[in-house]
Design a binder for this molecule. Structure first.
Ligand SMILES: [Zn+2]
Length: 334
């Protein structure tokens, strides 16, 4: 697989795109935001709400001769804390418009009902997954602790599949690519075949398809890895010269990367089927069979990942789910 730094001379359009990298307190490492020169002056993603990220953002902008107050529009690619946490501070300092997908709106605006639902969703899901009660409580509490890394602002325009927006002096197509997050959008510039991919496709790690509560107005949780699979297929079929990412290096050879991701998922699906040959098992039993020693953050990611793969197997009718008398989900082979 070929990964490349963003070279400002590869495509003229790249001269209007400036990567500003901010620290995060998460295992994923630093996050990239992008200053897009043009009318309006736009920032893509803002980083988590930490003093270090804010200082790095201000320094990065200053290096381009721009102050926070100059930003006219912020585009949030998806509602994950490392990408939108600073939105309250940035919107307050600049008065910028805030554009995002409708499914990101409850998080960016901080709808109280949605936050309560999120808390309850995770605790119930972890208990149904068979996670021991103490660890489930601590893991569900992560969401609350995360709130200090998030500020809020009104979303002034909703972006969705099929929209075309002007950015950095060119026209970009908006693609809704659910999976890593329900609310995730990518932007594609067909003339230069540039793809602003944020966390949809990353060179150094496979993007986690994170399980979350049903969006407002829906009753059943979505199946993020099933969605992600479809979103990856879609990108595989596109003509893309360069993926400009949310973390790590840019990606030139998209098809090799997508193929390697599918191979990773296929191996994990095979491993789960192998474990289930021993009889019905809870999500947590499967997590413990695959991963070692987990802290709260790892528990959240590992349960999400295993559940995502079980969703795929269930969707293919290879496994079925039944709750036992204690309400714990047991998966078995069909
Ligand atoms: Zn993300």
């Amino acid at each position: 697989m070929q990964t490349v730094p963003i070279d400002p001379f590869d495509a003229p359009l790249l001269r209007n795109i400036h990567q500003i990298t901010l620290p995060t307190p998460f295992p994923v490492g630093p996050v990239h935001t992008y200053l897009m020169r043009g009318d309006p002056l736009t920032l893509i993603d803002v980083g988590p709400q930490t003093p270090a990220a804010l200082a790095a953002l201000q320094a990065g902008l200053a290096g381009e001769g721009v102050a926070l107050r100059d930003i006219e529009r912020v585009l949030i690619t998806h509602a994950h804390v490392d990408h939108y946490g600073l939105i309250g501070a940035v919107a307050a300092a600049s008065g910028a418009e805030v554009w995002a997908h409708p499914l990101a709106q409850p998080m960016i605006e901080g709808w109280p009902a949605y936050q309560v639902a999120y808390d309850q969703f995770w605790l119930e899901l972890l208990l149904a997954a068979g996670v021991p009660a103490g660890l489930a409580q601590r893991t569900a509490g992560l969401y609350q602790r995360m709130q200090q890394l998030i500020g809020h602002a009104p979303v002034t325009r909703l972006l969705d599949e099929g929209d075309v927006i002007s950015l950095a002096g060119a026209h970009w197509q908006v693609l809704h690519c659910p999976g890593h997050a329900d609310s995730l959008i990518c932007l594609y510039q067909p003339d230069d075949r540039l793809f602003l991919g944020n966390d949809h496709l990353l060179a150094h790690i496979s993007s986690n398809a994170l399980v979350g509560p049903p969006p407002p107005g829906e009753r059943v949780r979505r199946r993020p890895l099933v969605d992600y699979w479809a979103s990856l297929c879609r990108v595989y079929d596109m003509e893309i010269a360069l993926v400009i990412p949310g973390h790590g290096d840019a990606v030139a050879d998209v098809r090799s990367l997508v193929k390697s991701r599918f191979q990773f998922y296929e191996r994990r699906l095979a491993r789960l089927l192998q474990e289930l040959r021993r009889g019905p098992q809870s999500v947590w039993q499967l997590v413990e069979a695959i991963f070692r020693r987990l802290d709260e953050t790892d528990t959240y990611l590992a349960v999400s990942e295993v559940l995502g793969h079980l969703d795929v197997l269930e969707n293919k009718r290879l496994v079925r789910l039944q709750a036992d008398d204690a309400g714990i989900w047991r998966y078995s082979l069909c």
